[in-house]
Every structure is written in C-alpha cells, then in structure tokens.
Design a binder for this molecule. Sequence first.
Ligand SMILES: *[C@@H]1O[C@H](CO)[C@@H](O)[C@H](O)[C@H]1NC(C)=O
Ligand SMILES: *[C@@H]1O[C@H](CO)[C@@H](O)[C@H](O)[C@H]1NC(C)=O
Ligand SMILES: *[C@@H]1O[C@H](CO)[C@@H](O)[C@H](O)[C@H]1NC(C)=O
Length: 552
Amino acid sequence: MAKSQPRRFCFCIVALVCTVVIICICIIFATKQRCAFTHAAVSADSLMCSDIGRDMLLEGGSAVDAAIAALLCTGLVNPQSMGLGGGSIFTIMDKTGKVKIISSRETVPKGVQADLLNKCPKTTPFAIGSHWIGVPGELRGYEKAHQLYGKLPWAKLFEPSIKLAREGFLMPAYLAYFLQQTIIKKLMNGTELRELFYKDKTVLNPRDTLKFPQLAETMETIAKEGAGAFYTGKIANDLTQDVQERNGVLSLEDLSSFQVRVSDAWSVEIGEYTMHFPPPPAGGAILGFILKLMHGFGLSPASIQGDQKTLTLHRFLETVKFANGQKRNLKDPYFNSRDMEYIKDEKFIEHIRALITDSSTHNASYYNITPSVDRFGTTHVSVMTADGTAVSVTSTINQIFGSTVYSPKTGIFLNNELADFCGRAVSVAPGEQPPSSMAPTILQSQEKTLVIGGSGGSYITTAMALSIMNHLWFGMNLTESIAAKIVFVDSSNNVQFEDGYDESDIKAMKKLQHTVTKSKYPFLNVVNGISKGRQCISAVSDARKLGKSAGY
Ligand SMILES: *[C@@H]1O[C@H](CO)[C@@H](O)[C@H](O)[C@H]1NC(C)=O
Ligand SMILES: *[C@@H]1O[C@H](CO)[C@@H](O)[C@H](O)[C@H]1NC(C)=O
Ligand SMILES: *[C@@H]1O[C@H](CO)[C@@H](O)[C@H](O)[C@H]1NC(C)=O
C-alpha cells in the first residue's frame, strides 16, 4: 500500500507530462498547418532570389544580409529593373523597434549637361541615352547597411549570385515574356543589351541559359575587395571609361565622392498603426498622405461592399489626384529649402479631405496638378526575421534597362535616374537626388507588422496604397490584397484600370465624370510584402512578375 502510492503518483505525473507534450505538439502542428511560415520570410521578385535570401537567414545572417543577397540575385533575374548601376533605399527596423533609412539613390554627376531638362521625353515614357545616367549608389548602400546590421561576412552575400552569373541559369520566364513585348523589342533594338538576351535574332526562351560573365567578375572583385573597388578601383576606371566612350559624363570623381545617406525614418500614425518610410525625395510621404486621408473616411470591410464600394473607389481616385498635385513638392531637402513636413499634418489632411466631393470630380487646377511624365521600372524586397527585425528595400535603375547603356567591361547596366527630374524640376545641381515614387514601408501595430514595398515607377503609389488598404482595413488576406486588380491615376489625372477590373466599377467612375483612359503600356505594378501576426508570417511576392516568397 505504502509502496503503490508513490508509484500511482509517478504514473499520474508521467500521464500529465505526456498529455501536455501531446497538446503542445498538436498546437505547434496546427499552427504550422495554418501558417505559411512561423520564423522568418523573404519576399523578392522571384523564388530563386527569395530562396537565396532565406538561405542567408538559415546560415545565421541578419535580415539585412538576406535582403542584400536577394537584391544581388534580383539584378540577374530582373536586370531590366535593378542592379549595381542603380540606387536603392532601405527602411530597416531593428529588434527594439527603431527604424533607420539608408538611401543610396543616384545623384547628379558634376558634368551634368546644363540643358538636360530640355531633353525630357515628351511623347514616349523612355529617357534613353548616357546623359540620363546618375551616379550609381547601389553598392555604397549595401556596404553601409552591412556595416550597421550585417552578421555574415560581406563576401558570403555575393557567393550564390556570382555562381549564377558565371555558370548561368535558365532564362527567367518573366524576363523572356517581357522581352517579347513589342515596345521592349523596339527599345532594345540597336542597343548593346541585345547580345546578352538574344540568340541569333530571337529572344532567349525559358529553356535557354542566361549568363553574365563580366558581371560575375565584377561581383567577385567587389566580394573580395569591398564596395571601394567599384568607387575607386579598377571597376571605377572601367565603368567611367565605358560610359564616357558612350558620351556620358560619369567621372572617377563622381564615383569616389558619392555619399550614402543615413537618417531616421519619417513616421505617421494611421489608426492603430505607425507607418515608417523614407523621407523625401522618396515617395513614402505621398503614400502616407493617401493612407492617412483615406483612413479618415472610416474604412472597414463594409467600405468595399454594395453602394459603399463605388463611393470608396471614387474617394480613393480623388485622394490620388490630390496626391499627384503634391508630387512636385517632392524634392531633395539637401538642395531645396521648402520642406514637406506639412504633408503629415493632421490639419492639412483634414483640409484636403473636406475638398473631396462625393458626387463629382474636378479639373486639374482643383488638385494643383502640373503634368509630368509617368514612368516605370524597379524592384522590391521585404524581409522579416524571428527576432522582429524587418527590412523593406526598394532598388532601381529607373526605367526598363535604365538608360539602355551597358558597360561591356564591367557587365553593369546603367540607370537613367536623372529622368526622374523631368516635369518636377526646372534645374538640377550636382549631388542632388531626383524625386522618386519608391516607398519601402513598415507598418506596425500591437497585433501586426506589415513590411511592404512596390515597383512599377509611378504605379508604385496606387498599387501599394490599395494593397495596404485591402489588407489592413478591407479584411483581405495578404495574397488577395496584392492580387486584387489595381487602378492607376496618371500624372494628367486620367484614370486607368488594370485589365480584369470590375466593369461595373469602371462604369460608375465614368458616370462620376472621371476621365477613364486605356493605358498605352502594360501595367508593371508589383508589390512584395510580409505580414506578421501573433503566430504566423505570411509572405507574398506579386504573381504579376511571377514572384514567390520563401521562409521557414
Ligand atoms: C530595328 O532597327 C532597324 C534599323 O534601325 C529596323 O530596320 C528594324 O525594323 C528595327 N526592328 C524592330 C523590331 O523594331
Ligand atoms: C477649372 O475649374 C475652375 C472652377 O471650377 C474654373 O474656374 C476654371 O476655369 C477651370 N479651369 C479649366 C482649365 O477648365
Ligand atoms: C486568402 O484568401 C483566399 C480567398 O478567400 C483564399 O483562397 C486563400 O486560401 C487565402 N490565403 C491564405 C494564405 O490564407
């Protein structure tokens, strides 16, 4: 008797422990089943690059390490969008919640043509030629981000991309599709780019191998010697020589004097969320304005049901028109005295909200619009890790293949970032950063963190605004939010709907006198985002660019 009691007690303890363990396993299993990822995720433009970012995390890398590795890869998979010849903006939240911005957006070179802005394209969206090349900042941005937040050795981040560039990889399906478009074929015609992507007279197809041998050499040198090799070493010599032979003005002095900018983020409160984004001349201020203004209308899933749906869409279009009117104030604060702080101001936003009329639309002057040319290009990478750090980084060479100038000695594609001044400035100064739509953003509340960004030039603003509203307020999951068809308001306030947009909405907008036009160009909007709730992480790369995320 005295013996069996402790035994029974032991049995009970064992049974209890077993039950607890089983319950725990069930909970973990159920969570895993429901969650795409539970620790960390990377959303880049392609699965290959998302995977490379995820592998960096698994090897002990930080979110910044993952982002840099994914960007280096994206420069190979989507070389029309970004690369070492461009610039980028990082929004980085560390695990304490502090948010920093690292901007390595291109700047105006010293020898810039005095009459550059007279050459702004008027009838086509493309600014082609070496006179549009800004001083590439991309690598100085990676270098600074890695100095401040990196864990893995610098060279390690380059390894997978060097291998891909050297040994080749299957022609990415999106790139093959894209290069087949008539407008892109025309753009490529007669450029040195053609040789890279064509076999005989036809575009490489997805069964062909794509290689970038010169770029592999360049990346190898940078991996070994650091970013300095690009800005002062042999690569700098080769690159400036190539550009100058193609009538460009990029000089060794421009490269060696390039300065990356580190600053605090701009933050605004929107409902229960704090939104963090880069200050002007990046586009976050415009996006924040749109979201804050729209939020004030009281958004909920009901806002996109029944009669409310038309009203919400109309208010959104009107808001975007006012936002377009603000774009010309988006200027480099280092070079222009007028600051843009007012755009975050509650009073200002209320004032504009009161100007929106629910039953009518207005002519351009009502919104303070000065027409400019719309543009497209760019890529975005979002990363979130287990310790709560998050990186939202947008990178670009501006338009499709930038200036279309290629440096054969280095394998680098050169940006046409200076074209971003067109319609927005009357003069430019050496060192100045052009305005941008780029808005790598982090939104945070007690319940949720959303790391999000977009590409597609002028399309970034509406595509991001819609994805964010869909997810935070209209009750859609992240996949639906990003997949939902978008509407774009061009710089002349014409409203353009993505193919497949609900016809009844389009009719309703025409009835309200919006000028609805058909886009001459394919919609190139792409949003990549990661949303983290209490347990789960969902990561979405836009299916429009055939993207896929990775995580664990
Ligand atoms: C490419 O340019 C050549 C010569 O300028 C022209 O004959 C040809 O039609 C162009 N091809 C395309 C696809 O535009
Ligand atoms: C725009 O509308 C305002 C007021 O409604 C009017 O005074 C102005 O003449 C209009 N401008 C144009 C160009 O139609
Ligand atoms: C998102 O919502 C759609 C439509 O309701 C659903 O089919 C899909 O499974 C959801 N995705 C996730 C990851 O929950």
